[in-house]
Design a binder for this molecule. Structure first.
Ligand code: NDP
Length: 300
């Protein structure tokens, strides 16, 4: 254990700074080029968490001076209807970024829908063209949560060359792009997943530990190397610890890391809530700005 508890990487502070930077650039773009970046968010169905994320994305994009449109479609929307909407947004000159909120209802083919988005407007960075460009080290629109994590890491640690980064989770949305970004930052990267043997000892080797698992508080304090930087991507809703509140059906958000234990060992740690989640929307705004600039032939 370290002598002092970990320092907190405050997502609120970093996200506010990023949003302010993007807002300043949006203002310049509007005044000097008459260009207002436009974001379209598409929500299918009525999942409460997705509704909250979509609302937040719309509000934040408007607040920094972007053009913002939200399309809310019923849960029984047919694949062809959704694809037609995406095609219309691809052709809309006022829209520079398109985000289809995931997960989609089960009857819809997510890969086919994402594949319909013009890669230049794919501000969620999920189109195979953008995923491939990231692997190839070419300029791309990078998935928002991984980009948010990297901004937190860069602003906290500076140069990461030679550090051993362990990423737990290998999803297309989070684990894989984060691993690519860490590799591009000259880290030595280990990717772990549900079939990894002896996960605790792999995690204990990490100078930078990224948890993107979706298992509440799975990463324990004694899995963490003293002084390591811990980025907790997980967002899990669990009952309150207090049995009275739990019995009343009250829930709260926790990460994939056991925060109380980890904070006694790590050097730096992101809280949940208040860490990575706040960066995701800020990174989306940055991607929309970059997409608008590229589409206008300006240096992004
Ligand atoms: P997925 O379910 O797509 O992927 C989870 C990954 O974790 C898989 O690669 C899986 O391995 C691995 N995994 C699952 N269980 C274990 C285990 N017991 N030991 C080791 N690895 C395991 O989730 P996402 O990547 O989409 O999301 C991960 C977490 O991040 C979730 O809590 C999600 O809510 C959160 N999230 C947060 C965001 C934010 O803005 N902060 C944005 C997006 C996600 P395998 O591949 O072998 O199955």
């Amino acid at each position: 254990m370290t002598d002092a508890p970990a320092r907190i990487i405050d997502g609120k502070v970093h996200a506010e700074r990023l949003r302010a930077e993007v807002a300043a650039e949006v203002a310049t773009l509007r005044s000097e080029h008459g260009l207002q970046p436009g974001l379209a968010v598409v929500l299918v169905g009525d999942d409460p968490a997705s509704q909250a994320y979509v609302k937040s994305k719309g509000e934040h994009s408007l607040a920094i001076g972007m053009h913002s449109v939200t399309h809310r479609l019923p849960a029984d929307t047919r694949q062809e209807e959704l694809i037609r909407l995406v095609a219309d947004l691809n052709a809309d000159p006022l829209i520079h970024g398109i985000l289809v909120q995931l997960p989609l209802p089960k009857h819809l083919d997510e890969a086919a829908v994402i594949g319909t988005i013009n890669p230049d407007k794919d501000v969620d960075g999920l189109h195979v063209v953008n995923a491939g460009r990231l692997v190839a080290g070419l300029p791309s629109l990078v998935a928002c949560t991984p980009m948010g994590c990297m901004i937190l890491l860069r602003e906290t640690l500076g140069d990461m060359s030679g550090k051993h980064a362990v990423v737990v989770g290998r999803s297309l949305l989070v684990g894989k792009p984060i691993a690519q970004l860490l590799l591009a930052a000259n880290c030595t990267v280990t990717m772990a997943h549900s079939r990894t043997v002896d996960l605790p000892s792999i995690c204990r080797q990490a100078d930078i530990l990224v948890a993107a698992v979706g298992q509440p508080r799975m990463i324990r304090g004694d899995w963490i190397k003293p002084g390591a930087t811990v980025i907790d991507v997980g967002i899990n809703r669990v009952p309150f610890d207090n049995p009275v509140q739990a019995a009343a059906g009250k829930t709260k958000l926790v990460g994939d890391v056991n925060y109380k234990e980890a904070a006694q060992v790590a050097g730096w740690i992101t809280p949940v809530p208040g860490g990575v989640g706040l960066m995701t929307v800020a990174a989306l705004l940055r991607n929309t700005l970059a997409a608008a600039k590229r589409q206008a032939g300006l240096d992004a």
